[in-house]
Design a protein around this ligand. Structure first.
Ligand SMILES: O=C[C@H](O)[C@H](O)COP(=O)(O)O
Ligand SMILES: C=C(OP(=O)(O)O)C(=O)O
Length: 391
């Protein structure tokens, strides 16, 4: 039998592991273990062009600028609750890409391209997990499809946003993602905080499902710090990762099982919690408000009203809102998941979504609200300046 030579040996331990004889105490509840090619194989097969690299790098920087108040636009993270159909995702990206160019002076639009769904109990866990929506769980195909869809979205000139759920998935996809979320069910998870600390893009932490905002603020602090933890590298080898800490973590207010939390008071309290968490210079200027989930009771009509309310407050000069998240698709509402040929085209198979025409209306409203906020700020600084001149 091959011997592991102890913690200081530099020997390739993957080789040793492959030959080890396993005791009956392992894999008790495992049915099958299917190897999947390492991340590098997927990246080589579906690579980024120079233009896409530029898109991802520029949009990450712009998102950071909005979050830290160096850019007065509003970040808008909008798109389906989950992606289940490559064709519909491309169709949606095409529509959104066109609107993004028209509204880019006022809105920094990023498309929700969510492939992993955290479940309260059980249910369809997203395109990577079960790409055929039929319980065949072809994860290899799902991962390949996810990369291809991200490339399609990028070809429309759109930056992509996604939720990081599984700690291995980012190695396969993160080169194509400009903004990441850690969901309400994972906001207190050390594994996700470690992950965020090494991610190359801004990361938003949701308040927890029971409404705890401090957990998200603590996450911003924890993830701004360096960490050491186990992970895999692009070749699929287990490694000890050492991260630098992420300076662009921020809070997402998503409401809770007790009701909404998007009021002016909620925003102010979240920003106070962020500062109290000792996050220091990495503290964002504002928060993102998720108009869906607990803020709308997962009702798309209510969600649109929340966006209208936010637009009115932004137009009125409220500036603690750095971004808005919306769940929107081609068709409104939702349907039960199932094989593609049984589904209504362009309709969500997870949470209810706002239909495209209403989405377009709301995005134009948000853009106009930003113009009003900007005009107000210019007027205020002019009258402040004049006051100074008169002194
Ligand atoms: O965003 C999607 C859902 O809200 C999330 O995945 C939880 O869904 P569930 O409560 O239906 O499992
Ligand atoms: C699952 C999501 O949100 P939350 O974690 O807030 O439930 C989501 O945004 O898709």
């Amino acid at each position: 039998m091959v011997q592991f030579k102890g913690p200081d040996s530099s020997e390739d331990t993957a080789q040793l592991g492959a030959k080890a004889v396993l005791p009956e105490t392992v894999d008790v509840n495992i049915r099958q273990l299917d190897p999947i090619p390492a991340p590098r194989a997927f990246i080589n097969e579906l690579p980024l062009s120079r233009d896409i690299i530029k898109l991802v790098r520029d949009s990450r920087r712009q998102i950071s600028d909005v979050l830290h108040g160096r850019d007065d636009r509003l970040l808008v993270i909008v798109g389906p609750c989950s992606i289940h159909d490559a064709k519909a995702a491309k169709d949606y990206a095409n529509r959104l890409g066109e609107l993004k160019s028209q509204l880019s002076d006022d809105l920094l639009i990023v498309m929700r391209v969510y492939f992993e769904k955290p479940r309260t109990t059980i249910g369809w866990k997203g395109l990577i997990n079960d790409p055929d929506l039929d319980g065949t769980f072809n994860i290899r195909k799902g991962m390949w499809l996810a990369r291809r869809i991200l490339l399609d979205v990028a070809h429309q000139g759109l930056p992509a946003a996604t939720e990081w759920l599984d700690p291995i998935t980012p190695q396969y996809l993160c080169d194509l993602v400009s903004w990441g979320a850690i969901g309400a069910r994972n906001t207190e998870s050390q594994v996700h905080r470690e992950l965020a600390s090494g991610m190359s893009m801004p990361i938003g932490f949701k308040n927890s499902t029971d409404g705890n905002v401090k957990a998200a603020a603590d996450s911003c602090f924890a993830s701004a710090n360096e960490h050491h933890f186990l992970s895999i590298n692009l070749d699929g080898h287990v490694i000890a990762a050492e991260t630098k800490g992420n300076p662009d973590c921020h809070i997402i207010l998503r409401g809770s099982t007790h009701g909404p939390n998007y009021s002016k008071k909620d925003v102010a309290e979240a920003l106070t919690a962020l500062r109290a968490s000792r996050v220091g210079e990495a503290a964002s200027h504002g928060v993102i408000i998720d108009a869906a989930h607990g803020n709308s009771g997962k009702n798309e009509v209510r969600e649109a009203e929340v966006v209208e309310d936010l637009a009115a407050r932004i137009a009125d000069g409220e500036n603690g809102i750095s971004g808005v998240m919306m769940e929107s698709f081609i068709e409104g509402g939702h349907q039960d998941p199932g094989p593609l040929n049984t589904l209504v085209y362009g309709k969500s198979v997870t949470d209810r979504c706002i239909a495209w025409p209403r989405t377009e209306e709301l995005l134009r409203k948000l853009a106009s609200a930003v113009r009003m906020r900007r005009a107000r700020a210019a007027q205020d600084s002019q009258s402040g300046g004049e006051a100074q001149t008169h002194e």
